[in-house]
Design a binder for this molecule. Structure first.
Ligand SMILES: *[C@@H]1O[C@H](CO)[C@@H](O)[C@H](O)[C@H]1NC(C)=O
Ligand SMILES: *[C@@H]1O[C@H](CO)[C@@H](O)[C@H](O)[C@H]1NC(C)=O
Ligand SMILES: *[C@@H]1O[C@H](CO)[C@@H](O)[C@H](O)[C@H]1NC(C)=O
Length: 399
């Protein structure tokens, strides 16, 4: 069975490696290498009496499992892609078991987590608000030791109950964390299994990261790892991450960032601007209708883009074929499958080799038109890869 899985795995990787020869014709996925995760994480665990010792040890095992897949724990002078993990417990009060600097290896995590979660407290009270506030303190203190201010921050809450109103209400502190850019993953350790706890924790979690030990999938480890990989996939300041739905900011994220510019340039100059704006920048691709529509929605939500919309994208005519712009030196995928030409386009011409999206007079939709890359000015859309496990960004500041 094991050998079979291994062969399947090799098969899968074999397939992927073929794509390096002919460029992929789909938008880049977020990096999925847990070994290269770079995050600041605080686990916040309810250790009130109601949790039970057995429950607490199960949670310790769950946390340890999430980080067992080669994730580098702690800091490392030679490798920035590391994850720091802190641990907070809470009952009537909160307690820091480990700040962000304590664990420097997976062994430290095992010792600290199983040691720190060996026994429930004597308190029946369980105030999540205290646990979250303690996590907030740890995350803030963590900024001074090493400058990891461009690392995404995550709190993973394991709760057995949801209590608190007035000054013990967890919602205000959760909102404060989320406003500061912290992602909150919740895991309901539901001992009744009636779903009420899961429902309550939804009030504090970052959608869609609200999980339960009773989830049908039965794969809390995979769910949390998947959430961490999505959180560790983001865009530099001033770029918009491509996602499944423009209106749903919590929808599935792709490993692609776009940046509309509302100052006119000719196609060739726009291409150069994209290359200078960010390492490996290029003019945007529209491999499918979803991406085409996303870009249109993004510019409709930008100030400074006025109708009729007109903006350059990466399609261009090279040696007799239409290809998509890519970072300098990368193979350029040839146009296939999806076409968004406006009626009458493309015009056959040896000089009209750039492409822009032009709003049609009939409606707000845009379509492709080929233009001279040296004489037609328009706005333009740049694109680059997201910062993620495959692509470390030493800064998230746009120049
Ligand atoms: C590590 O994670 C990858 C990707 O999620 C998965 O395919 C692989 O089976 C995991 N390996 C182990 C040892 O858990
Ligand atoms: C860390 O870096 C950020 C951005 O580069 C900067 O704004 C901040 O002041 C730095 N913090 C410390 C403590 O040096
Ligand atoms: C639209 O733009 C506004 C203002 O910049 C921004 O706050 C909002 O998040 C954008 N909408 C979406 C769905 O991204």
């Amino acid at each position: 069975m094991k050998l079979f899985s291994l062969l399947v795995l090799i098969g899968v990787y074999g397939c992927f490696s073929q794509y390096t020869d002919s460029p992929a014709y789909y938008d880049r996925r977020c990096g999925e290498d847990l070994g290269n995760l770079w995050l600041e994480v605080v686990a916040v665990v309810d250790n009130s009496k109601g949790m039970t010792n057995g429950g607490l040890i199960s949670i310790a095992a769950n946390i340890a499992s999430v980080f067992s897949n080669n994730t580098r724990i702690g800091t490392n002078p030679n490798e920035p892609r590391t994850t720091r993990l802190g641990l907070v417990t809470y009952n009537a009060v909160a307690n820091t078991v480990a700040d962000l600097d304590q664990f420097q290896s997976l062994d430290d995590v095992y010792d600290g987590i199983f040691g720190g979660l060996a026994q429930v407290s004597s308190s029946d009270e369980s105030y999540l608000a205290h646990g979250l506030a303690q996590a907030e303190i740890i995350l803030e203190a963590g900024q001074t030791a090493v400058n990891r201010s461009h690392y995404e921050r995550v709190v993973i809450v394991y709760a057995s109950t949801y209590k608190g109103s007035g000054s013990l209400d967890p919602i205000p502190v959760a909102d404060r964390l989320k406003t500061a850019g912290v992602t909150i993953i919740t895991v309901a350790y539901d001992q009744d299994g009636d779903g009420a706890l899961l429902h309550d924790l939804q009030k504090i979690s970052t959608p869609p990261y609200n999980f339960a030990n009773t989830d049908q999938a039965g794969n809390t480890i995979g769910e949390i790892q998947g959430a961490l990989l999505q959180v560790n996939c983001f865009c530099p300041n001033g770029w918009t991450q491509y996602r499944a739905s423009f209106t749903d900011v919590y929808s599935y994220r792709y490993g692609v960032c776009i940046q509309p510019t509302n100052l006119n340039a000719v196609w060739r100059a726009a291409q150069s601007a994209c290359r200078f704006k960010w390492k490996n920048g290029y003019l945007a691709t529209e491999f499918d209708a979803n991406k085409h529509d996303f870009i249109l929605e993004a510019i409709r939500n930008e100030t400074g883009f006025i109708q009729p919309f007109s903006y350059h994208i990466g399609l261009n005519y090279v040696k007799g074929v239409w290809v998509w712009d890519q970072p300098v030196g990368w193979p350029q995928p040839q146009l296939q499958t999806y076409y968004a030409w406006n009626p009458g386009y493309p015009i056959t011409s040896s000089t009209l080799t750039g492409v822009l999206n032009q709003q049609r007079s009939s409606d707000v939709a845009t379509g492709w038109q080929n233009i001279s890359p040296l004489s037609t000015g328009a706005n333009y859309i740049c694109e680059t890869a997201s910062c993620d496990t495959e692509n470390y960004c030493s800064s998230v500041k746009s120049d």
